[in-house]
Design a protein around this ligand. Structure first.
Ligand code: GDP
Ligand code: IMO
Ligand code: MG
Length: 435
């Protein structure tokens, strides 16, 4: 048995969805453990594209159990729409193969309203985080301040209404008094909530028991990270982060799996870097070279459609993520996107205050001043989207991959050369026993 986590090492959108879908074949349970519908995970199977936000990326395998664990914040309305879209395309979803934690916190409409109101006020003073506007931060705030309502609360609507009435006093006060926005009425919210209760009651369970039981039975469990290490609320580029822990530590916190039972961590690395929203980005490329990466890589958000900022691969950042998460293999994605560039670069170090450093400075001010030091590789013109083994890759690509592994101290386990499930070179057996 293996308990394997798939973690984004950059600022998200590394291709986690694709790799999770692929690895699910040999897993028994697939678990989302943090984040919410700020995530956008795209799967391409035989030319068909599926965009997932809350439903775990293992869902296309109907015989596996997909779990939305306690660390996730769930917008039930979004989840209903996502499930309906998937079902309309023939994807099997039922309480048999999708389990939602009773402890997962609910994103209510006022969370979204607060997120958006805050961001629009902040924009006037140029202090935006650039959130997805999905209510993620405010929902996690309520969890921490013990004002949250959870999926399990949908099973007792009388109590739900009483608690919501109390919470709403404060939310409406903020929305109307501070943000000059509209208030929410308890009756209209309860109408939504009653529908959610009907639709989800059969899906809501104690997901820790499922995970714990699977672990005891020695079945393979795959943990699907959302976002990326550099967006982690504790270890990322605060305050330009999300409100959960995408680091490997989040697996245990957000699912209940005992930390001693996580066997392996696969770090997802896009062959270049992208970032959506604000915050420091040492290797960002502005101008036409950056535009070219954005266009070739189709770097537009799955969730919000926003253009992603693009830049060179930053090995300093990836090494930091490797160390924070105990990553033992890399999955390097989107190598095909580098085709046609005259040269390709990796940042190996930063220059900070005239000193050469090989770590990510904790202070945001320092990171903003850090100047990347690059190694340059020749470009390549060959189409690599049909490569099925490392030997099919051109020399500069192989050297690029070897150098990345050397810089971060971890070998490659997967190489992705196109969006489709089959456009993958698998170098390692992540689940040696297929239970
Ligand atoms: P995630 O959030 O980490 O799951 O990543 P996203 O799905 O948001 O973004 C990755 C995008 O790149 C998606 O559109 C994928 O279909 C696509 N993708 C994944 N791997 C590859 C690859 O190797 N090559 C290309 N060209 N596209 C890829
Ligand atoms: P996946 O799972 C890329 C970014 C937002 C913003 C910051 C905070 O697809 O990799 P939030 O709405 O979470 O409060 O926004 O985090 N962000 C992501 N960027 N990929 C994601 O998810 C992201 N989820 C959040 O753009 O900068
Ligand atoms: Mg994404």
């Amino acid at each position: 048995m293996t308990n394997l986590a798939v973690i984004g090492t950059q600022w998200g959108d590394e291709g986690k969805g694709k790799i999770v879908d692929l690895l699910t074949e040999k897993a028994s349970v697939v678990v989302r453990f943090q984040g919410g519908n700020n995530a956008g995970h795209t799967l391409v199977v035989d030319g068909q594209t599926y965009a997932l936000h809350l439903v775990p990326s293992g869902i296309l395998h109907p015989d596996k159990t997909a779990v939305i664990a306690s660390g996730v914040v769930v917008d039930p309305q979004v989840l209903l729409e996502e499930m309906a879209k998937l079902r309309a395309r023939g994807v099997f979803i039922s309480p048999k193969n999708l389990k939602i934690s009773e402890k997962a916190h609910i994103i209510l409409p006022y969370h979204k309203a607060l997120d958006q109101a805050r961001e629009s006020i902040a924009a006037q003073g140029d202090h935006r985080i650039g959130t997805t506007g999905r209510g993620i931060g405010p929902a996690y705030e309520d969890k921490a301040s013990r004002l949250g309502l959870r999926m399990g609360d949908l099973l007792n609507l009388k109590l739900f209404r009483q608690r919501l009435e109390r919470v709403l006093v404060e939310k409406n006060c903020l929305l109307v008094g501070l943000y000059r926005s509209s208030s929410f009425s308890i009756d209209s919210l309860m109408e939504l909530v009653e529908n959610w209760a009907n639709q989800f009651k059969a899906f809501i369970v104690d997901t820790f028991q499922i995970i714990n039981q699977a672990a005891k039975e020695g079945r393979n469990i795959l943990f699907e990270g959302a976002q990326g290490v550099q967006l982690d609320i504790d270890h990322g580029t605060y305050p330009f982060v999300t409100s959960s822990n995408p680091t490997a530590g989040g697996v245990s916190v957000g699912s209940g799996l005992c930390p001693k039972l996580l066997d392996s961590v696969l770090g997802l690395v896009k062959a270049y870097t992208s970032r959506v929203g604000e915050g420091p980005f040492p290797t960002e490329i502005k101008g036409t070279a950056g535009d070219r990466l954005r266009k070739n890589g189709n770097e537009y958000g799955t969730t919000t459609g926003r253009p992603r900022r693009c830049g060179w691969l930053d090995a300093v950042l990836v090494k930091n993520s490797v160390e924070l998460c105990g990553i033992d293999r890399l999955a390097i994605t989107k190598l095909d996107v580098l085709r046609g560039l005259p040269e390709i670069k990796i940042a190996t170090h930063y220059m900070l205050n005239k000193e050469k450093i090989d770590y990510v400075p904790a202070s945001l001010a320092s990171l903003s001043q850090a100047e990347p030091i690059y190694e340059t590789f020749p470009g390549f013109d060959q189409d690599i989207t049909k490569a099925s083994k490392v030997g099919d890759l051109p020399d500069p690509v192989r050297r690029y991959l070897d150098r990345l592994s050397e810089l971060v101290g971890v070998p490659a386990g997967v190489i992705s050369v196109g969006p489709d499930r089959h456009q993958t070179i698998m170098l390692h057996d992540f689940f040696p026993s297929s239970v």
